[in-house]
Structure formats: structure tokens, C-alpha cells
Design a binder for this molecule. Structure first.
Ligand SMILES: *Cc1c(COP(=O)(O)O)cnc(C)c1O
Length: 402
């Protein structure tokens, strides 16, 4: 462990993390960063030579490997090669980027859209570009790390309201001085708990207090709404979000992030946000894949019904077996374990029974709320979900979770 002799704060920090990881490895409890070597149809993958059921995927509609999307990516490589000429503003914009942004704008019922090379970069760029010193950002306590980082980077006053509690949000809105710019930001579906934001009340409060509203739809596009358009469609409240943010790396099987909204907003971001101006464009294959994926979602609506039916089966089945799944109603299903140790132990049992599922422990979630963060997709078959729940039940009993 003595990779350096100095004993400064940096060395100690690195050493502490290494000790934790090595301890897990030595006890066969480390399951992060495992290499997948093959996709085996819908919801199965080959990991370390073993075929496993995939219960940790964000590909909610099962679109990874979809023939139409693969073909679009291949055609883009044939036509444009693998890279761009640099940043979008200078020589990096391809016709594909413009097409993708038009597709996103239409899909999200917005005037225009702008893309970035990751969802993480999108949140950093957009929040820090729009907000600055003296402004106020009000952020749900369980918002994604990229939102938190964007808020911190902006230099604005950063206020966190209690998770999904609109009374607390209102209270904090009332505390903002008059005439000051305000942004309210939240995940539409929360990435660790799977619950849905109280969108109608949040919209009402933003209107009442004249605040900008930004929604991160990383987990709701393709999952919420009859045609998968997300939280506005789910609640039948169109045109109520100022900044419609999402990623191209989850339901959309590519990489990148976007914001859709008014033309003026998008034009401003195109000329003011540093992650757009100083970072290379999305590669052609990924832009084409994303563009095609939005079309597949509209052409194959059965996928949306199936992911939601699978989520119901999974949540109800786990509850019946005695697990605590918090308030989820979506494809993200937390299976509470309690201590980090229990979460690691049940993961090992699941992995040994060919379930690819991973634990989320502190500090990513509060101490004592360690969990399996399991997901189902449209690619799962009901019997695969039953099998997974049986394995979890048996392991849960052995470990003392049930
Ligand atoms: C995954 C995620 C992001 C980041 O998106 P990437 O495209 O993976 O960088 C942002 N917000 C939420 C809520 C997410 O879950």
C-alpha cells in the first residue's frame, strides 16, 4: 500500500479508498466495473464467461442492439467516419447533429434543442451558464450528482429542499429576496429511489413564485407518458418546463445529453455554455443512433407498456416477499438491505446465481439505506423476473434482510 512515502492528505485519501476496495475484493464482495464481453439477446449478458440476467441496466426500453439503431450508426460511420472536425461552433457541426436536435425538439414538444457530449456535462454546463452569483437555485435533496455539481459550479445560492416535499420548496421560495432570479431543479424520476416528482405542485409553485423550472428526465424519457415523452405527458401538463434536460445514454442507447426549450434559450446556450463551445461534438455514430432511437420509440409503443408492466410485476412481487422498495412505481427498484455489509452480501448471492445486479452503499445513499439498485427493462420476460425475485428472496432470508 505504500505507493508513496509522504503522508499528506491526498495520500491518505487515496489509501483509504484503496483499503476499502481491496478489503471488498479479498472477501469476494467487489462487483463493480465488471467487464461485459457479449450481449446475449434482450436482457442477458456475458460476464466473466458466464451468462447472466441483466438487472442493472438503464436501457429501459431494451433498445441496445436494436437493428435499426445499429444500422443508423453504421451508415453514419460510412458517411462521416468516426470523429468530427472539432467543436460544434467551429467545424464540428454535422448535418446529423442538426437532425438530432430537431428530432429531440419535436419529441419533447419544444421549439429547439441543444446537445452535449454527456448528460453530466449538460447539467454542469446548463446550470452554471444560466445561474450565477446572487441568483438562487432550489434543488431536491436527492437530485443527481451532476445537478449538485452544476449548482455548486454556478456560484449561485444553493438551497436544497426535502425530498419531494413541496411545502418545503414553497417555504424556501418564500425566503428568496424579491426580484432575484430563481431556478427550481429536480429529477423527474429519482435515480436511486425510483419515485416520481410531484410535478403538478412543482409547476404550480414555479408559476406562483416566478421561478424557472428545470427537469432532468434521464430516467423518465421512454418510461413515463403513453408515448414515452416523459413527465409532461405523464401528467398531461404540456409546456410547463422551461429547461427540459435529458440524457442520450439510458433509454436512448447512445451517449450525450440535451436541453430542449425555447429558441432564445437554446441559442443563448449555444453561444454561452462552455461545454458546448470548448468541447468536441458528439461522434457521428452516436448522434445517428440517438436520432434513430427516438423514432423507434414512437414506432414501437409496446416497449413502453412492457417496461411498465415488468416494473409492476417486480415491485409487487418483491413487496409480497417482504422487501422494502421505498416509494418506487417505476423501473428503478431499490431493494433495501440496511447496512452496507448486507447489501454487499446479497449482491454476492445474486451474482453467484447469475443475476447481474449491483449494490448502492454510503455515501451515495444515506447510511443504513444501502440497497440493491435493481432495474427491469422492456427486454425482460416475466419468468426471468420471477427467477430474480426467488433468488433475492432466498438470499434475503439467509442474510437476515427478510
Ligand atoms: C445518468 C444521469 C445523468 C448523467 O447522464 P450521462 O449521460 O450518463 O452523463 C444526469 N442526471 C441523471 C438524473 C442521471 O441519472
Amino acid at each position: 500500500m505504500d505507493f508513496r512515502n509522504t503522508d499528506d492528505a491526498v495520500t491518505r485519501r487515496i489509501r483509504a479508498m484503496n483499503d476499502r476496495v481491496n478489503m471488498l475484493r479479498e472477501n469476494d464482495l467487489y462487483f463493480y466495473n465488471q467487464p461485459i464481453s457479449e450481449l446475449r439477446g434482450g436482457a442477458r449478458v456475458l460476464v466473466n464467461g458466464r451468462e447472466m440476467g441483466m438487472f442493472a441496466s438503464y436501457s429501459y426500453l431494451g433498445l441496445i442492439g436494436h437493428p435499426r439503431i445499429n444500422a443508423a450508426a453504421k451508415a453514419a460511420v460510412d458517411r462521416y467516419g468516426t470523429g468530427t472536425h472539432g467543436v460544434r461552433t467551429l467545424a464540428g457541426t454535422l448535418k446529423l447533429h442538426t437532425e438530432l436536435e430537431e428530432t429531440i425538439a419535436e419529441f419533447k414538444h419544444a421549439e429547439a434543442a441543444i446537445t452535449y457530449t454527456s448528460g453530466y456535462a449538460t447539467n454542469l454546463a446548463v446550470i452554471s451558464t444560466l445561474m450565477g452569483r446572487g441568483d438562487y437555485v432550489l434543488s431536491d435533496k436527492l437530485n443527481h450528482a451532476s445537478i449538485v455539481d452544476g449548482c455548486l459550479m454556478s456560484g449561485a445560492e444553493f438551497r436544497r429542499f426535502r425530498h419531494n416535499e413541496m411545502d418545503d420548496l414553497e417555504h424556501r421560495l418564500q425566503q428568496v429576496p424579491n426580484g432575484v432570479a430563481k431556478l427550481v431543479v429536480a429529477d423527474a424520476i429519482f435515480s436511486m429511489d425510483g419515485d416520481v416528482i410531484d410535478f403538478p405542485r412543482m409547476v404550480e409553485l414555479c408559476r406562483k413564485y416566478n421561478a424557472w423550472l428545470m427537469m432532468d428526465e434521464a430516467h423518465s424519457v421512454g418510461v413515463l407518458g403513453k408515448t414515452g415523452r416523459g413527465i409532461e405527458e405523464h401528467f398531461g401538463l404540456w409546456d410547463s418546463i422551461d429547461i427540459k434536460m435529458g440524457t442520450l445514454s439510458k433509454t436512448i442507447p447512445s451517449v450525450g445529453g440535451y436541453v430542449a426549450g425555447k429558441k432564445e434559450l437554446v441559442q443563448y446556450l449555444r453561444h454561452a455554455s462552455r461545454a458546448y463551445i470548448f468541447s468536441a461534438a458528439l461522434p457521428p455514430a452516436q448522434a445517428a443512433a440517438a436520432n434513430e432511437a427516438f423514432k423507434v420509440i414512437l414506432d414501437e409503443p409496446w416497449r413502453i407498456e412492457k417496461v411498465n408492466a415488468n416494473a409492476d410485476q417486480f415491485i409487487q412481487g418483491l413487496k409480497k416477499r417482504g422487501f422494502d422498495t421505498l416509494l418506487t412505481t417505476t423501473a428503478i427498484v431499490p431493494v433495501l438491505c440496511g447496512s452496507d455489509e448486507r447489501a454487499f452480501a446479497i449482491t454476492r448471492e445474486c451474482q453467484h446465481h447469475d443475476l447481474f445486479v449491483l449494490p448502492v452503499v454510503s455515501p451515495a445513499v444515506p447510511e443504513g439505506l444501502a440497497r440493491l439498485r435493481a432495474t427491469v427493462t422492456a427486454a425482460h420476460e416475466p419468468q426471468e423476473i420471477e427467477y430474480a425475485m426467488d433468488v433475492m428472496e432466498k438470499a434475503g432470508k439467509e442474510i437476515g434482510i427478510l
